[in-house]
Design a protein around this ligand. Structure first.
Ligand SMILES: C[S@@+](CC[C@H](N)C(=O)[O-])C[C@H]1O[C@@H](n2cnc3c(N)ncnc32)[C@H](O)[C@@H]1O
Length: 297
């Protein structure tokens, strides 16, 4: 009886969270469904609705470390890249291909390639700094082992073939440290889901020079302090890339996509390479524009 009660409570909580997610989708996917998003690629509302359904279905069909809502945020930014800008989409860290399948659908809609980097043998041996990650927002400590998140290239290809668009993908098998330095194609959007700080350093270091100005680089380790802080470390950016750190939107708690304990959160965060500040609105931060309640002139 005690067990049954607990079970019912858990189901109710789960149902409530799913209901909240469904109710919040119009806000979270507002930009995805905006008519301008995808207009350059002739992607309109009926196609977008089919993409949402397909991505949600794929999430249920393939064991995946990231959610279709997160993939749709990446899709939104890929679909707003000017069509005449040359370049591919990049994924670092595929696991069984759940995120790869969804991103391959996006690449296909944009008429671009998706280049997928993974060892297809799971995680490399973690260095001392990567043995434990602190996720402050979730009260969690994550530990890593060599070979965890292991999935073969043929598993990923089979999943993408069944659920995504395999012809849009190119697979670069091997450790990032070995495969990425030889890669030199222009990149218009990147999704990193790599687990380790050392892998994130390699991926960011190699991709940043290839990213077009104004392009989005996503990381799926928003809550991992070891990785979120990389985007603020002046010394690393100066030494490795000769530039200043770009910061990270969602650092520490992620974009507010999934209902969680203290509001909405996720593991997704992003930065933008050299955003065009001319398009930003100037705001006088003087207590007139920035207040809640009645404004006095
Ligand atoms: C968390 S999993 C990716 C999850 C996947 N994006 C998803 O949504 O299901 C991390 C992946 O990164 C890969 N990986 C991490 N570090 C790597 C490295 N240095 N070289 C190659 N692959 C690496 C692992 O093999 C693993 O497939």
């Amino acid at each position: 009886m005690h067990h049954l009660g607990h079970h019912l409570l858990e189901s109710a909580a789960r149902g409530y969270r799913l209901g909240l997610l469904a109710l919040s989708l119009p806000i979270i996917l507002g930009e995805f469904f905006h008519p301008e998003t995808g207009a350059e690629y002739d992607v309109e509302t009926p196609t977008k609705l089919r993409v949402v359904a397909r991505m949600a279905r794929n999430n249920l069909a393939i064991p995946t470390g990231s959610s279709f809502v997160e993939h749709l945020v990446v899709a939104t930014k890929a679909l707003t890249v000017p069509a005449e800008r040359e370049g591919v989409l990049v994924e670092c860290g595929a696991y069984k291909g759940g995120s790869t399948a969804n991103l391959s659908v996006v690449a296909d809609l944009c008429g671009r390639g998706l280049v997928v980097f993974d060892s297809f043998e799971g995680m490399p041996e973690p260095e001392a700094a990567d043995r434990q990650h602190v996720l402050l927002a979730s009260d969690q400590v994550h530990t890593y082992e060599t070979g965890s998140w292991d999935a073969s290239q043929s598993t990923v290809e089979a999943n993408v073939d069944r659920y995504g668009v395999l012809s849009a993908c190119r697979f670069e098998a091997g450790r990032f440290e070995e495969t990425m330095p030889a890669f030199d194609e222009p990149v218009v959007c990147a999704f990193l889901d790599v687990g380790l700080r050392s892998s994130a350093e390699t991926a960011v270091g190699e991709l940043w020079p290839l990213l077009a100005d104004g392009s989005y680089l996503f990381t799926h380790e928003a809550k991992h302090m070891e990785i979120a802080t990389l985007f603020f470390e002046g010394e690393w950016w100066a030494d490795r890339l000769g530039t200043t750190p770009p910061g990270l939107v969602g650092a520490g708690s992620g974009l507010g996509l999934h209902p969680s304990d203290n509001g909405f959160s996720s593991l997704l965060a992003y930065t933008i390479k050299n955003p065009d500040r001319e398009t930003f609105r100037d705001v006088d931060d003087d207590g007139r524009e920035n207040v809640v309640g009645p404004r006095r002139g």
